[in-house]
Design a protein around this ligand. Structure first.
Ligand code: MLC
Ligand code: AMP
Length: 492
């Protein structure tokens, strides 16, 4: 039996999931997952690491699908709910998924892919929550469980493969560090094809028998309305979301502000991560909620690695201390450990992913010879606390908590008939962390920026489409002919 189901079986009648006006207990969740495993297995005894892509509404169906795939022995490949067709096609092709599970609302976007790739398609109806008695395969902790796609220093996203052991380690580390318990009740508003929503919020809460409530998408009013019901006591989000909540709260009449602050002040704790938390957001959120946000640092390849303490001083501008059981060091360019100076964060532990899917070279170059994973994030340690100082690549942008590859956007831009060359950069922005900007070289007087934006939206997820464009005659280059992106940034 997979570990999340083993844990869930201890909490039979407790409420596991709430969404809309519906709530489901742990027994219903386990039964729905096991019945789905049986459907997936048909007459097989084990899916044997077949990739199963799924595009399912966040909530009960989502978790039952994920656990159902795992319990049948498959590797789960969650698809983003907002990606356009070319991005979905890429994820399915790259992961070599052969089965596709989807909620009815995604049928129209997926139907061309189902035909094109001859996928075994399963449209979810009402899930069967009766107990199942069919035997299910034993799944060892070292089997592959999940592929999450992440952008990086290569132009196309890479599939990060984690095993059941990696996931268990990522979950249990946080449960212990942040004292999760079955009395907790959290709200999930984050996308579930990334670790922040999937591991930190959903998987941790369901491991301990807590309640996980879902909103289908982020909306500041709906988030505050949920808080006002006074059940939720744990909340996690990216800095952009805190920025948006603060903006909304500041526009409320005084009496509404007070009501909201009162509800928030009863929370157990609140976490920010996935991007640097600006000191202004930290300070304003204290006024809104009477809480000091707990900032932590993580990555798709690692889950969480460094965290400010649950009890103890939470330092503004720092991501905290290594989480228990996770080995962290700072290293120089020769991969030698350094002290009292800037270095790359390198990580070892059961939490660290297995491999990039079908990319042995990318996997081996992302580890040192002695097995440290090289994050590419540069940090310094001050009085034991880690402070992130930047990244070792200008081609990685973080916007709204999403990691974006400048190279991927450039490659697509260059295929446009009126674009001769381009350079994509991230521009600092208080709300989004960074926003994507593109300098475009065009010899055509027909290049229309609005049309270019619409064209890009058909190929890229909305958050990867540049917000700012600058049309130029040429790009600045150094003596080696390489575009000097710091010069490009100055144009914006
Ligand atoms: C959207 N908009 C942007 C934008 N994204 N503008 C600039 N930059 C961006 N990145 C604009 C849209 O064009 C639109 O404008 C308006 O904002 C609303 O769009 P939306 O798509 O409805 O946005 P919204 O739902 O408000 O999304 C914001 C968000 C979302 C913060 C909720 O970005 C989000 O869910 N981010 C979380 C990502 C995440 O989970 N990352 C974790 C990765 S794991 P207009 O003009 O068209 O109205 C990881 C490891 C770790 O990092 O450590 O956790
Ligand atoms: P992703 O690849 O989407 O999982 O994003 C992981 C990256 O997010 C890390 O490598 C960091 O660059 C960044 N990140 C996560 N948490 C923080 C944080 N608290 N402060 C600064 N950067 C962060």
């Amino acid at each position: 039996m997979i570990e999340p189901i083993r844990q869930a079986k201890q909490h039979k009648d407790s409420v596991a999931i709430r969404g809309g006006n519906l709530s489901y207990c742990y027994s219903e969740l386990v039964n729905a997952a096991e019945n789905l495993s049986n459907v997936l297995l048909v007459s097989n005894t084990d899916l044997a690491e077949i990739r199963v892509a799924f595009m399912v509404t966040p909530g009960f169906d989502y978790v039952a699908t994920l656990w159902g795939i795992w319990q049948a022995g498959g590797i789960a490949v969650p698809l983003s709910l907002t990606h356009p067709l070319p991005s979905l096609r890429y994820t399915i092709e790259d992961s070599e998924s052969t089965i596709l599970i989807f909620s009815p609302e995604f049928e129209s976007i997926l139907s061309p892919l189902i035909k094109e790739k001859s996928l075994l398609a399963l449209k979810l109806g009402v899930l069967n929550t009766e107990p199942s008695s069919h035997p299910l395969p034993a799944i060892s902790l070292d089997r592959r469980a999940l592929i999450l796609y992440t952008s990086g220093t290569t132009n196309l996203p890479k599939g990060v493969v984690t095993t059941h052991r990696n996931i268990k380690s990522q979950i249990t580390t946080l449960i212990n560090a942040w004292k999760w318990s079955n009395h907790d009740h959290t709200l999930c508003i984050l996308p579930l094809h990334h670790v922040h929503g999937l591991i930190n919020v959903v998987s941790c809460s369901l491991w301990v028998g807590a309640t996980c409530e879902f909103l289908s998408e982020f909306d500041a009013k709906k988030v505050f309305d949920s808080f006002l019901k006074q059940c939720i006591n744990v909340f996690m989000a990216v800095p952009t979301i805190y920025f948006k909540l603060i903006t909304y709260w500041e526009r409320l009449p005084k009496s509404e502000q007070e009501k909201t602050t009162n509800a928030l002040s009863h929370f157990r704790f609140m976490v920010s991560g996935s991007a640097a938390l600006p000191a202004t957001v930290m300070e304003k959120w204290k006024v809104v909620s009477h809480h000091t946000l707990l900032e932590r640092y993580g990555m798709t390849e690692l889950g969480m690695a460094i965290s400010n303490p649950y009890e103890g001083e939470r330092k503004t501008g720092f991501v905290g201390l290594p989480l228990p059981g996770i080995c962290i060091r700072l290293a120089n360019e020769m991969n030698e450990e350094v002290h009292d100076e800037l270095g790359e964060i390198q990580v070892k532990g059961d939490n660290v992913f297995l491999e990039y899917w079908n990319k042995p070279e990318a996997t081996s170059t992302s580890f040192t010879r002695d097995g440290w994973f090289k994050t590419g994030d540069i940090a310094v340690i001050e009085q034991g606390y880690y402070r992130i100082m930047g990244r070792n690549s200008v081609d990685i942008i973080k916007s709204g908590g999403y990691k974006i590859s400048a190279l991927e956007i450039e490659e697509i831009l260059r295929t446009h008939p009126h674009v001769n060359d381009c350079a994509v950069v991230g521009i600092e922005n208080e709300e989004w962390g960074e926003i994507v900007a593109a300098a475009v070289v065009s010899s055509s007087d027909q290049l229309d920026v609005d049309l270019l934006r619409i064209w890009l939206k058909e190929q890229l997820p909305p958050y990867r489409v540049p917000r700012k464009f600058h049309i130029v005659n040429e790009l600045p280059r150094n003596a080696m002919g390489k575009v000097t992106k710091n010069e490009v940034k100055k144009w914006f």
